[in-house]
Ligand binder design. Structure first.
Ligand code: HEM
Length: 310
């Protein structure tokens, strides 16, 4: 005989659930009579998703450029989703921390290894044409990428090397913001003048960034790591996961991105300038940029050679 579901038990659980939020169970059961059965396309919102790839030119490979950037943004969203769970976890331990870090790293590994989709899968001649319609925009203006940085480490590790000594925990966030390492891509430090790339970015996101910086000041990945009990901080699997994440974001991904930029911008077909207008070759290489989320987890020699041997 087939086992009958225990309706009484289910009803009791439903009553408890709705009572807790002052709702009538029968209203919700009646609602079930009229709710539409779900389909894949309604659930995933396939139509909405597939209507977002809108070209500015007639060149077919612009579609690769748009779709690949959107895929990156979706993965950035997933990365932030996992970081938030570490940030907000009560009774955080090494096993939970490591599990989430490995999820985050797998997303970044995927971003790194898939850069060939751009490098090999997008015609250089077409890129060198449609990019003229994109100036002065740049991936530099990816807000989620900046949020990942703020959520990963203490602010001091994101401050331009040249200004670190002038900034400490009592520095106002607005001041620290002006000295973030990435300001160098859009600011002339002699005159202080900001490029259009940077001005547009700040107009849209600065307030949001300052709030986020404040929030994650006390719960970024590094701060949460430091709060763990000693035995968890010495857990080799967790330390390896932290190092892997740091290296993947700040060296491997950066190099895959840099090599892609070289492939296109230095193809000999254009003027060698970036759409965002930065001194890009210097700015983008990890050996100059030296963005490191967890410097305390690397040896002096490893820090000295950061980004050199790749
Ligand atoms: C043909 C492909 C690409 C080229 C030629 C390229 C080029 C560049 C250049 C030259 C910069 C420096 C800022 C500037 O002056 O524009 C930059 C920054 C940036 N791009 Fe790309 N990029 C490409 C693809 C991508 C993709 C697929 C993403 C993923 C979202 C991305 C995300 C970023 C980010 C986050 C920055 C800021 C990096 C930082 O501040 O360290 N780029 N890109």
């Amino acid at each position: 005989m087939v086992n009958q579901p225990d309706y009484e038990d289910i009803l009791k659980s439903l009553e408890a659930k709705y009572k807790a939020i002052d709702q009538d169970t029968d209203d919700h059961l009646n609602g079930l009579l009229y709710s539409k059965p779900i389909t894949y396309w309604d659930y995933i919102h396939t139509d909405a998703l597939l209507s977002l790839q809108i070209q500015r030119t007639t060149l077919p490979d612009e579609m690769v450029f748009i779709a690949y950037h959107q895929i990156n943004e979706l993965l950035f969203k997933m990365i932030l989703w996992e970081i938030k769970q570490v940030a907000e976890k009560e009774d955080l331990d090494a096993v939970f921390f490591e599990g989430k870090l490995m999820r985050i790293s797998r997303y970044f590994d995927m971003l790194t290894t898939s850069f060939n989709i751009m490098r090999e899968g997008m015609d250089v001649e077409q890129y060198m044409k449609f990019r003229y319609t994109l100036t002065p925009a740049s991936g530099f203006q990816s807000a989620q990428y900046r949020l990942i940085e703020f959520a990963s480490t203490e602010l001091i590790n994101l401050i331009d090397d040249r200004f670190r000594e002038t900034i400490n925990r009592n520095t106002p966030f607005t001041h620290a913001f002006e000295h973030l390492y990435w300001q160098a891509a859009g600011k002339d430090y002699k005159t202080g003048k900001k490029s259009t790339l940077l001005r547009n970015f700040e107009r849209r996101y600065k307030d949001e960034f300052i709030k986020f910086m404040e929030t994650y000041n006390t719960k970024n990945l590094w701060t949460r790591f430091k709060e763990l009990p000693k035995k968890d901080r010495e857990d080799q699997d967790l330390v390896n996961a932290m190092r892997h994440y740091d290296y993947t974001v700040n060296v491997t991904w950066v190099m895959a991105h840099y090599n892609t930029a070289i492939h296109y911008i230095e193809s000999g077909l254009g003027d060698g300038e970036a759409t965002g207008g930065s001194n890009w070759k210097k700015y983008m290489h990890p050996k100059f940029q030296r963005r490191i989320f967890f410097p305390q987890l690397w040896t002096d020699k490893e820090l000295k050679n950061w980004g050199q041997n790749i």
